[in-house]
Ligand binder design. Structure first.
Ligand code: NAP
Length: 284
């Protein structure tokens, strides 16, 4: 039983490989990566695979029983890239594809959702058995901005009073391991989100509590927030996208209260306070 993890040198992929090694023999895991040299520390075999280069995918998928297709980080290219992987997996007689999609991908107003909808449709049309993990926001997306908030004296965003049911990458990694190694997941679509939702004002209050500094949440119009992100050095298109996702959050796009993630992994999701503490520890 060979399990292949694509995107294995990414942040989520690395966590999944490490957790999967606790469940199955390392010899049964294959990392599919663009740059095998970057995978040397994973402790499993690495094969070269680029979603954008179909010619790399057939050999990468040979003998693979179950594939975890971690969605590409190349926004705008992803529908085609994922279609390449699904076609190659079908040709290689892969028995199941587990795909990391987006929370409520079928109805989500986020600009990210279109590509995920396309890939979910391709998966269903492929006749390869599948499991869809509709991952919600990573809490780390927001805690990654704590350093900037401390430097600027406020946590900024455009999410208003929107409630965010994010979870730690490690929670989604555990869910992927369950979906890859457990039974009963064929044909299932899971909406994965954190147990406890919060607003960005709640996050700012938690940062204030843990640092002893007053860090208020400052809500900004989307265009103003995007402009500030450009000032921080982000490319304009990406800055606008991030600001638009916050507007989506203000409308509930990152909220879910069904607790399917904790049900799947058999434990509560990581509390916001713990992810904030990790981020502060990393800042030193
Ligand atoms: N739920 C959320 O909040 C959220 C947030 C950000 C991203 N995401 C999605 O979740 C995915 C995993 O998250 P992450 O934090 O692990 O992201 P990440 O650290 O940026 O990792 C992305 C992975 O995708 C791989 N990749 C990109 N283009 C590829 C291609 N053409 N062929 C093969 N591999 C390719 C990268 O390979 P290299 O190591 O070679 O660069 C990397 O391993 C992201 O790619 C994105 O689709 C979700």
């Amino acid at each position: 039983m060979t399990i292949a993890i694509s995107g294995a040198t990414g942040q989520l992929g690395r966590l999944i490989v490490a957790k999967l090694k606790n469940k199955v023999a390392a010899a049964d895991i294959v990392a599919l990566v663009r740059t095998p040299a970057k995978a040397a520390d994973l402790g499993v075999a690495a094969r070269a695979a680029d979603y954008a280069k179909p010619e790399t995918l057939a050999s990468a998928l040979a003998g693979v029983d179950t594939l975890l297709l971690i969605s590409s980080s190349e926004i705008g290219q992803r529908a085609v890239q994922h279609a390449n992987v699904i076609a190659a997996a079908k040709s290689a007689s892969v028995k199941r594809i587990v795909y990391t999609s987006l929370l409520h991908a079928d109805t989500s107003p986020l600009s990210l959702a279109d590509e995920h909808r396309g890939t979910e449709a391709d998966l269903k049309a492929s006749d390869v058995p599948f499991t869809i993990l509709r991952n919600g926001w990573y809490t780390e997306n927001y805690t990654g901005s704590i350093g900037g908030a401390l430097a600027g004296g406020a946590f900024i965003g455009s999410a208003g009073q929107g409630r965010i049911a994010s979870a730690a990458r490690a929670d989604y990694a555990d869910a992927a391991v369950v979906a890859l190694t457990g039974s009963g997941h064929v044909g299932k679509t899971y909406e994965l989100a954190g147990d406890v939702s919060y607003t960005l004002a709640d996050l700012a209050a938690e940062i204030s509590r843990q640092t002893g500094k007053a860090i208020p949440y400052k809500n900004l119009p989307e265009a103003e927030y995007a402009k500030i992100l450009v000032g921080f050095g982000l490319p304009e298109g990406f800055a606008k996208a991030i600001a638009s996702w916050d507007t989506g959050a203000s409308q509930g796009a990152l909220f879910d209260d069904k607790r399917q993630l904790s049900a799947l992994i058999g434990r509560a999701t990581t509390p916001l306070s713990a992810v904030v503490a990790d981020a502060l520890a990393a800042l030193g």
